[in-house]
Design a protein around this ligand. Structure first.
Ligand SMILES: [Zn+2]
Length: 240
């Protein structure tokens, strides 16, 4: 089987690195490295690449595609909720037990309105979750954001600006709560360390002792949770 991969060259790079993400292989290479040398390296790592590709493709195939229709499941803090879509006079979204009731109006577009209504619900609920989180977050530890909000990032969970504002993707709240907490703490720690240095990770560990497990969870499930086709993950039994 031929292995297809993309090569990304950089003037700053001194060595080769391979990344397998979202079912694709990316090779990071130094600026002038000959193509043959890159191919040789990829061949050498073929088993490792295949293992990762297979695991990722298995994850993708195990999930149904997202259509935003009644009967589908969508997670809130890791708990699956069943979508129930009705038509009524007012748009809205309401959780009743393990069901998420979505009402659309007769005039709204049935192809796009359920999704738009549900995403709005996630953003509102995530904002409330954050407000509650920060209401009890100790002010004394110098990790105090000036603002926090929830948006729609395509490829990342959260973001910290130079102005000490924290922004998160609503998709983060599909993940279990212990993962959400870790991502928020991760971004908070960037208020003091605007990098991923050893000092940064030491600070994260101080506030989120289990951060390595959360980082592993995000690496493993980001491919399907952040992917608008799925917005879900396959449970692997590694704790709740
Ligand atoms: Zn970071």
């Amino acid at each position: 089987m031929t292995l297809t991969y993309q090569v990304k060259r950089s003037r700053r790079r001194r060595s080769l690195a391979i990344k397998v993400a979202r079912g694709e292989v990316m090779v990071q290479a130094p600026w002038r490295m000959p193509e043959a040398q890159i191919r040789e390296f990829v061949e050498l790592k073929r088993d490792w690449i295949s293992r990762h590709l297979e695991r990722q493709q298995h994850q993708l195939q195990a999930l149904p595609e997202r259509n935003w229709q009644s009967g589908e499941q969508i997670r809130w803090l890791g708990t699956p909720l069943t979508l129930v879509i009705h038509e009524s006079t007012r748009k809205g979204c309401k959780r009743l037990g393990n069901e998420l009731h979505v009402t659309i109006t007769a005039r709204s577009n049935p192809a796009t309105e359920p999704q738009a209504t549900i995403v709005r619900w996630y953003k509102d609920c995530a904002q409330l979750w954050l407000n509650e989180f920060f209401a009890v977050w100790p002010r004394a530890n110098e990790l105090n954001p000036v603002a926090w909000s929830v948006g729609s990032f395509t490829g990342k969970w959260g973001h910290c600006t130079r102005n000490a504002e924290l922004k998160f993707s609503w998709k983060l709240w599909l993940a279990p709560e212990w993962v959400v907490r870790d991502v928020v703490i991760h971004e908070l720690c960037h208020l003091r360390e605007f990098n991923h240095s050893r000092r940064f990770w030491a600070l994260v560990e101080q506030h989120s002792p289990d951060y390595q497990r959360a980082e592993a969870w995000l690496r493993q499930h980001g491919m399907t949770v952040l992917n608008p086709q799925f917005l879900d993950y396959v449970e692997t039994g590694q704790g709740a």
